[in-house]
Design a binder for this molecule. Structure first.
Ligand SMILES: Cc1cc2nc3c(=O)[nH]c(=O)nc-3n(C[C@H](O)[C@H](O)[C@H](O)COP(=O)(O)OP(=O)(O)OC[C@H]3O[C@@H](n4cnc5c(N)ncnc54)[C@H](O)[C@@H]3O)c2cc1C
Length: 636
């Protein structure tokens, strides 16, 4: 017992029970480490469970021309060459093994006619590459990883008589602060949602796997737990964040009815043959093929449609451009007055029999979408068009890590999944997150285990004073809501969401981002006076007050980086700097926390792309992204 608080001691603590956290936990446990999994949500209800379309891996099942090099090229192209190339390389090379490994854990993917794992098309991927289970892939992924964890617990029971001897799950438990001994991680403080009681986890290694930050935005596909906790916890512990200006606005969220605005409409709808049209009935994406993609996409609807059945002799339809391109195009159509009655565009699978979308095929391939629209909007997608528009979906930015081990700059801190940064550059391709979770979850778990081995007996120690400080800080919001100057967390959250949506959203300009920064400063001051009433047992107002500390910090990172990057690239579009600038491609914006608690953003040079990887691209393509100086000396 330290500082009169329930204490648990582990080798490795994993914060987050999504795909990244569970894969990291499996690796740490099989490396012989006593491992805890902490999850803010219920076990099984992490964001990964919501993933629909699939998991990208160049297995070559649907087209034997596919291989890791093509996948690597697509990922770099999708990220506009700002990606951490080593991560993109490891990801492309290792994703197939991670998917096949899932099968050994018991995953049941959809199959091709000859019995291999079925792979579907997605935006920005040259070949059908997404291993999937209908449009419920994340559910199967989480189910399988959980099953593997249970099997490890059964093994531990056989050996020790205790299921939880070496791996234990603490769900509905939220980490509020990381603890350090000198410069090294020593543990973390949490509270339990239901009881409000605090817990202390002593551990020399922590893997952050907390997912994204979408709840800082008003219209988002993300659920309640995506409040940027891991980003903020790591930042406050001294780690750096990169690429925070890059947020993915998924082109197709529901726009109607208002209560479900933002809920995702999977990209598989387009991958399987769905088309986007405006209020004039025009397939408008043909007008939005950017120069860098000109030769890769069909220029007529006929060619685009032929591609579904004959991909080797036709180019893909522009509905399958990377997400940033499609989201901007939809935004432009709506702004030009060619939107639907509810401010979106139409997405249609009904009647697309020419690409194989019969009613039966729609129901088989897109059962969740059919159910979602029928239940939430009373729209039958086998007969009617869907109304869709952009929704804040994914953060490319995150904790800066070593690609091979997932280690952050703070000794003992590791990160994987959506809360880590670098892999996807300025824009993530659909399907590349589920594979990212598996590849880098495994690597971070192994990295953490190796770190613990190297520490030996010389483990960092938790200080009672730091635990008390964390605990006191977390209960500080309790008070009398009627007192003068008291602020309500729900009001602060609403104002933050509105500002981020309107001022640092899909299209940005300097004055608006500056206005957002002013608003964040104001909200940070007001947040100091947040008061929550009642007691600590299941008190959502209190939980939100604690989450806001993280959302405000992460929003400050997004706004500050968005102001500094004076170009448009991937998930960062500046109306006042509309062009991609090669001088910015080799620069990262790195966020750190200053002594006064505010965010400092500095430019940092990217490590140049390795020569053999550069050789995978045509010179004509590289010229679109790189400066002349960077390409000097290469054969044109
Ligand atoms: C609707 C939807 C559909 C998607 N479809 C696809 C797809 O088809 N293919 C694809 O590749 N990607 C898809 N994505 C993206 C992908 O699902 C996510 O990027 C990915 O699941 C993130 O996984 P993760 O393991 O990093 O985090 P998550 O799965 O979100 O897990 C985060 C975990 O951290 C926990 N947590 C957070 N904060 C704390 C804290 N303070 N203390 C303790 N625990 C904490 C949460 O409770 C949760 O357990 C989709 C996303 C959405 C929203």
């Amino acid at each position: 017992m330290t500082a009169d608080i329930e204490t648990h001691t582990y080798d490795v603590v994993i914060i987050g029970a999504g795909g990244a956290g569970l894969r990291a936990a499996i690796e740490a446990r099989v490396s012989g480490k006593k491992t805890a999994i902490i999850s803010k949500s219920l076990f099984g209800k992490a964001h990964t469970v919501m993933a629909e379309g699939g998991c990208a891996a160049a297995m070559g099942n649907a087209n034997s021309n596919d291989n890791w090099m093509v996948h690597f090229g697509d990922t770099m192209r999708g990220g506009k060459f700002l990606n951490n190339w080593r991560m993109a390389e490891l990801h492309a090379k290792e994703a197939p093994d991670r998917v096949w490994e899932l099968e050994t854990y018991g995953a049941l993917f959809d199959r091709t006619a000859d019995g291999r794992i079925s792979q579907r098309n997605f935006g920005g991927h040259s070949y059908p590459r997404l291993a999937h289970v209908g449009d419920r892939t994340g559910l199967e992924l989480i189910r399988t990883l959980q099953q593997k964890i249970v099997s490890l617990q059964q093994e531990d029971f056989r050996n020790t008589g205790d299921y939880e001897a070496n791996i234990k799950v603490y769900d509905e438990t939220t980490i509020v602060d990381l603890l350090k001994d000198g410069d090294k991680i020593s543990g973390a403080v949490a509270y339990q949602r239901e009881s409000g009681r605090h817990l202390l986890f002593e551990a020399p290694a922590i893997v952050m796997a907390t997912g994204g930050i979408g709840k800082s935005y008003k219209v988002t596909s993300n659920s309640w737990e995506y409040t940027g906790d891991g980003h903020a916890l790591a930042l406050r512990a001294g780690a750096s964040l990169i690429n925070m200006e890059f947020l993915q606005f998924h082109p197709t969220g529901m726009v109607w009815p208002p209560s479900v605005k933002g809920i995702l409409v999977t990209e598989s709808v387009r991958g399987d043959g769905g088309i986007l049209t405006n209020s004039e009935g025009k397939r408008f994406m043909f007008d939005y093929i950017a120069d860098v993609f000109k030769d890769l996409y069909a220029t007529t609807p006929e060619e685009g449609d032929r591609w579904y059945t004959d991909p080797d002799n036709n180019r893909r339809p522009p509905e399958l451009l990377p997400r940033d391109e499609v989201a901007r195009a939809i935004n432009s159509e709506v702004k030009a007055g060619r939107g639907t009655p509810h401010g979106g565009v139409y997405l249609t699978v009904a009647g697309r029999t020419e690409v194989g979308l019969t009613t039966e095929a729609i129901l088989k391939k897109l059962p969740s979408m059919h159910h979602q629209f029928k239940e939430l909007a009373d729209v039958d997608i086998t007969k009617e068009a869907m109304e869709v528009g952009p929704t804040c979906h994914y953060v490319m930015g995150g904790i800066e890590v070593d690609p091979d081990t997932g280690a952050a700059s703070v000794p003992g801190l590791f990160a994987a999944g959506e809360c880590s940064g670098g892999m996807h550059g300025s824009n993530r391709l659909g399907g590349n997150s589920l594979s990212d979770l598996l590849v880098f979850g495994k690597r971070a778990g192994a990295g953490a285990a190796e770190y613990v081995d190297k520490l030996g007996k010389d483990r960092p120690v938790v200080s009672d004073a730091a635990v008390k400080e964390a605990r006191d800080r977390s209960v500080a919001p309790f008070g009398d809501g009627g007192q003068e100057g008291a602020e309500n967390p729900y009001t602060i959250h609403q104002e933050l969401q509105q500002s981020m949506n309107d001022l640092v959203g899909i299209i940005r300009k300097a004055e608006e981002v500056e206005e957002a920064q002013g608003k964040i400063d104001e909200l940070r001051e007001r947040a100091k006076h947040m008061v929550v009433e009642g007691h600590r047992q299941f008190n959502p107002g209190w939980h939100l007050a604690l989450d806001l500390r993280n959302m405000l910090l992460v929003s400050e990172c997004v706004a500050k980086a968005a102001l500094i990057r004076t170009e448009s690239r991937g998930g960062h579009t500046r109306e006042d700097h509309p062009v991609m600038n090669a001088e910015w491609r080799h620069k990262l914006l790195v966020c750190n926390i200053k002594d006064d608690g505010s965010v400092d953003v500095q430019e940092k040079e990217q490590i140049p792309l390795r020569e053999d990887l550069l050789d995978l691209f045509e010179m004509s393509e590289l010229k679109k992204y790189f400066t002349e100086a960077e390409l000097a000396g290469r054969n044109s």
